[in-house]
Design a protein. Structure first.
Length: 396
């Protein structure tokens, strides 16, 4: 649960100090673990790092002036991140950069280490160590089971407080309805019902202003105040775009979770799809700029976040289907051929003449559970698929 907070100028200075202290402790822990090599003594664990933090607070007054709760929690977060890395569920913890990773976490008993109180219909306050009561926009009730919260500052300069609460799942209609979702660039999400949904992006005037600001940024001198102002203006436009995408994902995922009992999506390896095509010095890549533009479009469409929120709101009701040939198979007759998809938006079957929007046809195949067998033949859940005959290659 995320809320917008409005700290005073004095409170903002202390919050920034908390962020820098948490980032400093985190980066020291990263450096200790990266220094390890085979044959050396193992990197210190959480207990040893806590002891080192206590000694550092005695030696450095600027570190002792900060909150021990914030600094200690940064070490706990790092230990948890390393545990996830060794378990194979998360990436290795990396460095945190000033201006990008601005935030800290508070964990403890409510009423002792932190607390929340409501002031009016629209405003509330949260108690932050060394800061005091900080006002935030009260948009919904905070459950009593909240055990921790995180304070973050984005690149646009906005402060938010996020309470760690797991919301209850969204109940399905109980009618057994199944929907297929095809994710694309031109159409963010095409449903098997024929509906086409797109992420709201920047308006034309906003996009034009963003281009002008980016050109000004390229001409601005590094380290100058003018460059800082331009970067802040760009960050505000980018934050507006991200907010719209997140709002669209939340509303779309809630609507799908509440309207259908089974939601089938493509099992896309997005991390592999958005890898850079730059290559190396010895083997440079091809069409690097076009691939970079495609990667930005994939991120803008919110492919990964949509499925993540669907799995959060409809646990056990989201099925991932192999995406192979879903855009080439005719949903009406099952004929599979690359020529069936005439363009990005038009699907015209060469066998039966069926015509449909290409993304909607793919969504219908996903809803039917089209899959690829071990021999490469397409097999749906409810019948056979006719595949285009392949030429036989002979030697000589």
């Amino acid at each position: 649960m995320r809320f917008r907070i409005a700290p005073t100028p004095a409170q903002e200075l202390v919050l920034l100090e908390h962020c820098s202290h948490a980032r400093f402790v985190w980066n020291l822990a990263v450096e200790q673990h990266r220094h390890w090599r085979p044959g050396r003594k193992s990197a210190p664990g959480y207990g040893e790092q806590s002891r080192q933090l206590t000694e550092a607070r005695k030696e450095f007054a600027w570190l002792a002036a900060g909150s021990q709760t914030v600094q200690q929690q940064a070490l706990r977060d790092f230990a948890q991140a390393m545990a996830g890395f060794f378990a194979g569920t998360h990436r290795r913890p990396t460095w945190r950069k000033a201006g990008v990773h601005e935030g800290f976490r508070i964990v403890g008993q409510r009423g002792r280490h932190w607390d929340v109180r409501r002031l009016s219909r629209k405003w509330g306050e949260v108690w932050v160590p060394k800061v005091g009561w900080v006002r935030f926009r009260w948009s919904r009730q905070i459950p009593e089971e909240a055990k921790s919260f995180r304070v973050r500052r984005d690149r646009a300069g906005r402060w938010h407080v996020c309470f760690a609460v797991i919301p209850p799942p969204v109940d399905g209609p109980g009618t057994g309805q199944v929907v297929g979702v095809d994710r694309g660039v031109a159409v963010s999400a095409a449903l098997s019902t024929g509906e086409k949904l797109s992420v709201p992006g920047l308006r034309e005037t906003e996009a034009q202003r963003l281009v002008r600001l980016q050109r000004s940024l390229a001409r601005a001198k590094r380290g100058s105040k003018r460059r800082a102002r331009v970067k802040a203006a760009i960050a505000r436009i980018k934050a507006r775009q991200v907010d719209r995408r997140k709002d669209w994902v939340e509303k779309t995922s809630t609507r799908l979770a509440a309207g259908y009992d089974v939601i089938r999506v493509e099992d896309l390896k997005i991390r592999n799809m958005v890898r850079s095509a730059r290559g190396t010095l010895t083997a440079p890549g091809r069409n690097v700029r076009a691939k970079a533009g495609l990667n930005r479009s994939i991120h803008t469409a919110g492919w990964g976040r949509l499925v993540t929120r669907l799995e959060d709101k409809a646990p056990g009701r989201v099925e991932k289907i192999d995406p192979a040939y879903t855009s080439q198979v005719c949903h009406a007759c099952g004929h599979c051929a690359a020529e069936n998809r005439e363009s990005q938006a038009v699907f015209h079957c060469r066998a039966c003449g069926h015509t449909d929007h290409a993304d909607v046809n793919a969504a219908k195949n996903i809803a039917a559970g089209r899959a690829v067998t071990a021999r490469g033949a397409l097999q749906p859940l409810g019948g056979a698929v006719n595949r285009e005959p392949q030429p036989v290659l002979t030697s000589g």
